[in-house]
Design a protein around this ligand. Structure first.
Ligand code: AMP
Length: 209
């Protein structure tokens, strides 16, 4: 299964991608997570990415296309993969197509903007392994500590209220047109993103069945 998950920031794509990854036994390629890891490791890619991410802006297309095609060429993607966070615009989608990678389905998770602003305001992420939590909807067992690896949970630099609005605007203007792009190719599957993670997962599995 070669799947793209297309959804606004905070719609739950990372969470659903992890669940689908287990379900289909294929890796998730989260471009945001790759970039954040490079930032914390202080790599050259991380230095470039930080300049854009912290303002809620996109990292340049040529950089992202390279990151993704290189990752997909790795051995663990042989039987499929889930792309979480790529493509983010038509240029990236066309580059993916040109590189000869055939996608089986494109899943969108629909969540109203107001819900997203509320959710992202409470989002926490593990500094070490990147696992995502929410102060109310998906709280860790011990406040401020990752259930998986015991490291510290922090608010992402790009989850500040003004940056969230900026990211949502960018999503509507630049990423949302991809729905039409993939609908015309007969690849689009739509799921409603409910408040409860398990309800969204049920919707997602139904949409992909
Ligand atoms: P995410 O974790 O998917 O919300 O990504 C966090 C940030 O990383 C985004 O707001 C962008 O600044 C950057 N980013 C991730 N994926 C891409 C992409 N495909 N194209 C451009 N920038 C990206």
């Amino acid at each position: 299964m070669k799947l793209i998950i297309l959804a606004a920031p905070g719609a739950g794509k990372g969470t659903q991608a992890e669940l689908l990854s287990k379900h289909y036994n294929i890796p998730t390629i989260s471009t945001g997570a790759i970039l954040r890891k490079n930032i914390s490791d202080g790599t050259e890619l991380g230095e470039i990415a930080a300049r854009f991410i912290n303002d809620g802006k996109f990292v340049p297309d040529d950089v992202m296309i390279q990151v993704v095609t290189k990752r997909i060429a790795e051995d663990d993607c042989k039987n499929g993969f889930i792309l979480d966070g790529f493509p983010r615009n038509i240029t990236q989608a066309e580059a993916l197509e040109k590189s000869g990678i055939e996608i089986d389905a494109v899943l969108t998770i629909e969540v109203p903007d107001e819900t997203i602003v509320e959710r992202l305001g409470g989002r926490l992420e593990c500094k070490n392994c990147g696992t995502s939590y929410h102060k109310i909807y998906n709280a860790p067992q011990k406040e401020g500590v990752c259930d998986k690896c015991g490291n510290e949970l922090v608010t992402r630099a790009d989850d500040k209220p003004e940056t969230i609005r900026e990211r949502l605007n960018t999503y509507h203007e630049t990423t949302e047109p991809l729905k039409k792009f993939y609908e015309e190719k007969g690849l689009l599957r739509v799921a409603e993103g409910q408040n409860e993670i398990a309800d969204t997962t049920a919707e997602v599995l139904k949409a992909l069945a």
